[in-house]
Every structure is written in C-alpha cells, then in structure tokens.
Design a protein around this ligand. Structure first.
Ligand code: NIG
Ligand code: FE
Length: 415
C-alpha cells in the first residue's frame, strides 16, 4: 500500500536530522515545507519535499493519491500522560466542586482516585477494554497517534495487574502506539491508611516482580504529593521500579511543592508531569538532567489550579512537553488540540512551541521520538490532514473546533 499526499499547503514539523526533542529558543521554530508532497509506503513515511522538486513515481500500482490543496499535514499528536482505562465517571464530584468542595476535600471523604478504584475493582477486564477502546478511537479522530496509559485505579495486586493486562490487550487491539505505565502509587488505599509502609512493600515486593516477569509496564509513576506519597517514598518506589525494568516518571508539584521534580531528577525519570507549583530550585535541577518537564493544561484548567511556569521553563533553556492527562477526575478530555490551545492562551506558549511540545517532545516523554512526533523518512506513518485552514496558528486560535479531516495511522486512512 502506498499513499501520496500532494499539493499540501504546508507540511508541518519536518525533520531531516532525527531530532529527539527540542528545547529553549529552538522551540519557537517549527520546520515546515510549503507546497509539499508526502509519500507513505506500507506503515512508514517514505519521502517528502516541495512539489516543484517532485520527480514523479515509477510504480503507480496500489497507490492512493490524496490532494491536500489548501490543507495542512501534521505528524499525529503524541500524548505522553493519560489514565484512559477506568470504570464509570465522576461528574458528581465535578458538581460538588462547583458547589464549593475542593479536589482534596473530595479525596479525604473517600472520593477522587479512591472512588475510581472502587468502580474499577468491580469492572471486568472486558468492560475496561471496551471503554478504553472507545476513548482511544475518540482521541485518534482528534489527531492523536501515540499514547501512554497508566494503571493506578486498581490499588490492589489483583486490580493493578488487571489494569496492566487491559493495557497490554489494548496494544494488540488499537492501531495507536501505546506505552504502559505502572502507577500503583497513585493513592494509598483506605485499608492501608494507617500503615502506608505496608502498601509500599506490597507495590515493591508483590506487584513489581509480576509486572517485570510478564513485561506489563514500560514505565513506573508515583503521585508525589501531600497525603499521597512523599519525596522519599517516591525515590524508594522508583529505585525499586528501575530494578524491575521500568523507567521512572513522576506526578510532580500538582497541588503543592512537594519534591516530585527533585525526586524525578534524582532517579533519572524520563518526565516529571503537572508542575503547577514548580519554583526556581526545580527549574535549576531540570537544567542538569535529561528529564522532560511535561505540562497537562487540561487538568490545571478543570481543577482551576495555578498555571505551571511553562514560559519560564522554556526561557530558562528547558524543553517542555504537553499531554492531556485524560482521566475521569481531573481531565475528562483527551483532545490534544484543546491542550495546545490552553497552553497558548493561558501559558503564553507560541503556537510553534505548543506544537513542538505536543509532537516531538511528547514523543520523547514516552520514549517514542525515534519513531513518532515528526515527519521524517522511516518514521511511523501517523499523520493527519486538516480541513482548509490558513495556517497552523489557526488550530489553537479556533479552540474547541475540530479542524482535522483525514487521519492516517500506520499508513492506513482511518476515517
Ligand atoms: O493526573 N494527580 C493525580 N492523578 C490524576 C488524577 C486522577 C483522578 O482524579 O482520578 C491526575 O490529575
Ligand atoms: Fe495523571
């Protein structure tokens, strides 16, 4: 199977040097080719360039030609932080927050993550697979081509393994690139409230060895936060995770400055995510690391949190990634177009910075930047074609609109 997309008004995020991430001032540039063509062979990008330099094609058999006059072509969005395997929904808590309760107060009453855990423990593997597949399909049509999915609504040996096996199944059922993350340390289950150390032992001694032997997770994450896990506990859990072949990630400084970034840098995390309460100390620590700061504008928006200092981090020389945090409690949307818009409108990222953050940098945050996140020869053919739009800034400008017309995943048109 071959696809030729021709007369592309602008081919966005082209790369000829296999860049793995972009930082600082370089985030303001978005390499693009105007009046371009893009060739796909089987599931890979086979070539691209300017129309005037196109030398034709010798073998027209099995070729689909798509005319993209006045349309833009992008590499699909990469979403490096989600919790899309869940049961039920939490709009009741949403209304409680409107009426004055805080996210923390709801958690203290046994709601929040514990509410989702109760429901997930009762759900069958099949129900969870079906629910997650629907969400994967929804975000694919919004342009997402690669995604990380976390456990963390199980909070028992049985239910955490169930979640991870569901994610493993999704890897075979969905055309999207999927990475799995073990987030057993998402909250302390009620029955361990008075002896958290025993729950940490359960994570390390019971869950991790099975996860490693069945290769159920690529990453391990911890919610480092007051009333969840301390900085020291985060480091302890993530060191154990590394011994079990999982790469660390951290939910850091979301509700307070609680040490998540420093813990992440200490253990060599691939990413630290959220970052609403990041200060200068954390920015300094990140400068001397390979850890990518990742902002989740949907969660900050939905919970009315202060904005993470994304502008300041980029100006300090750091790379920044964007992800959706799609989950039932703090970000019931996985729409990356909206996340990009929020980053531009609220955090003052330029469209170029936000698009870099949601493509190559988010691919880096889940170890996929060699195969996803840009238009490069040999990369996975996960691209989307927009409707007729004036330029890429029109995407965050028209927040809330669906401007994507055609989705191609692994070289196949999906819609
Ligand atoms: O990324 N911060 C912790 N975890 C999730 C929220 C999970 C939930 O409320 O269900 C987050 O925001
Ligand atoms: Fe999260």
């Amino acid at each position: 199977m071959k696809i030729l997309i021709k007369n592309i008004k602008s081919l966005i995020q082209t790369d000829e040097q296999n860049i793995e991430k972009v930082a600082a001032g370089r985030m303001k540039t978005l390499p693009s080719i105007t009046d371009a063509w893009l060739a796909i062979e089987d599931d890979k990008i086979a070539g691209f360039g300017k129309m005037e330099d196109w030398e034709g094609i010798s073998d027209w058999s099995n070729l689909t030609v798509i005319d993209a006059t006045d349309k833009l072509v992008f590499p699909c969005w990469c979403d490096s932080h989600t919790h899309i395997v869940y049961a039920g929904s939490r709009e009741g808590e949403f209304v409680d927050r409107i009426n004055g309760l805080t996210y923390e107060e709801i958690f203290q009453r046994g709601g929040g993550i514990l509410n989702s855990a109760k429901r997930l423990q009762q759900a069958s593997e099949d129900e969870l697979v079906q629910g997650a597949l629907q969400r994967l399909n929804e975000i694919m049509l919004q342009g997402t081509g690669a995604i990380e999915i976390k456990s963390g609504y199980g909070l028992s040996v049985e239910a955490e393994l169930k979640m991870l096996r569901v994610i493993k199944k999704l890897k075979t059922l969905s055309p999207l690139a999927i990475k799995a993350t073990f987030l057993g340390a998402h909250a302390v289950p009620s029955e361990y409230k008075e002896h958290k150390a025993d729950y940490i032992k359960l994570l390390i001694n019971e869950m991790m060895p099975i996860i490693a032997s069945e290769q159920l997770a690529d990453y391990c994450d911890v919610f480092c936060e007051q009333n969840y896990f301390t900085k020291e506990e985060t480091v302890e859990i993530l060191i154990a995770a590394k011994k079990n072949d999982m790469i660390p990630k951290v939910h850091a400084e979301q509700l307070s400055n609680s040490g998540g970034v420093l813990a992440g840098v200490e253990v060599g995390a691939v990413s630290v995510d959220h970052l609403e309460y990041v200060g200068d100390k954390e920015i300094e620590a990140l400068k001397n690391s390979d850890t990518i700061p990742t902002i989740l504008p949907g969660a900050a928006f939905f919970l009315s949190l202060p904005y993470p200092p994304a502008r300041k981090m980029i100006d300090a020389g750091l790379p920044v990634a964007i992800a959706s945090d799609y989950n039932p409690g703090s970000s019931p949307s996985g729409n990356m177009n909206l996340m990009i818009a929020l980053a531009c409108i609220q955090y003052k990222l330029t469209p170029e910075e936000a698009i870099n953050a949601a493509t190559i940098n988010s691919a880096y945050a889940m170890g996929l930047s060699k195969t996803h996140g840009s238009i490069a020869i040999g990369k996975q053919a996960n691209v989307f074609i927009t409707k007729e739009i004036p330029g890429y800034s029109f995407i965050p400008y028209s927040f809330g609109s669906n401007l994507i017309e055609t989705i191609i995943i692994n070289g196949k048109v999906m819609n």
